[in-house]
Ligand binder design. Sequence first.
Ligand SMILES: [Zn+2]
Ligand SMILES: [Zn+2]
Length: 340
Amino acid sequence: MSAYRVAQVAAAGGSFEIVEREVPRPGPGQVRLAVEACGICHSDTFFVQAALPGVRFPLVPGHEIAGRIDEIGEATPGDWQVGDRVVVGWFGGSCHACPPCRRGDFIVCENLKVPGWAYDGGFGEVVIAPADALARIPDAVPSADAGPMACAGVTTFNGLRRSSARPGDLVAVLGIGGLGHLGVQYAAAMGFETVALARGADKADFARQLGAHHYIDTTADTPVGDALQALGGAKAVLATAANSQAITATVDGLSPRGELIVIGADTEPLGISPNQLLMQGKVVRGHPSGTAQDVQETIAFSALHGIRPMIETMPLDRADEAYRKMLSGAARFRMVLTTG
Ligand SMILES: [Zn+2]
Ligand SMILES: [Zn+2]
C-alpha cells in the first residue's frame, strides 16, 4: 500500500471529500494504525466548524479510532506488536512537560493531543499515533464497538467511577443518547441504583432495557428535581445531554453533598444560583474523558459485563452522509465509519 484514503474537510464548515494521500511512516515513539473503524462524536463539530483554537485545514477528524498496528517507529515504548488491535480516543497523547503532566495528571495536559486536532484523526484508512495514546482491545470486542468506547465510553465510565457515589447509591444519568445509553449501562453494572432521565414517556422501556431501575420523563409536569428527591435524591447526576437548561434542572434533585458531573458539551451558561449549592454542600464539576489506560479499563469492563454501544456503521466513502446523519439527530446512537 503506497496510498490511502481519508475523508477530509477543506475549509471550516465544509463537506467531507474523499482524497488519496501517500502513506506516512511512524516517527520515534509512534505507531501506524490500519484503521478498521472510527466513531463520529458530536465533538467533531468543534473541529469541522473551527470552533476551537488551532484547528487546521484540510481537516481529518475522528477520535474514536479502532485499528491494527501495522508499523512501529523507532524507540517506541511499550510491548506493542505489529497486528495488535488498539483504540485511540480523545486522549491522543500528552506532552509530558506541562505542570499537569509533570504531576501525572495527563488527561488535563495543557497540550493534549486530540486526534483530528493535534494530528490527523480516524476518518481515514491510516493514522499515525503516539504510543501513549494506545489502548488494547480484547478479542471479544469488535473494532466498530471499541471505537466509541475510546471517547463516549471512557467519558461516561470514568465520570461515574471517579464520582463520590458508591454501590447502592442513587445515580441519575441525564440523556440516553450517544453518551447516556452507555452511562446507564455502566451505572447499573457498577451497582448504583440507576435512574435514567430523558425527554418523553416513550423512552422508558428502552431505559429499562439498558438496566435503569427508574425512568423520569423530563418533560412531565413534575419538576426533575422533585422527581429525583421522591426517589431519595441523587448522590451523583451524570449529565450527558448537551443542554444547559436540562443539566441545570437536575441540581435540585441532588442529595446533600451530591455531585453534578458535567460531560455534555454546551456553550450556554448553567443557570445555577450559589444558594442551590451552599447549604447542602453540592458540587458541580466538569469531567474530562480519560487516559489510554482508562480507555483500556473501560473496554475490559465492557467486555466483562457485555456492555456495547449501539451503533450504525457506514463505509468511509459515505463520511459526509454519516456526519450529517449524526448532526440531524436521526442516527441510531453512534455513527461509526468502517474501512475495507
Ligand atoms: Zn468525542
Ligand atoms: Zn502536558
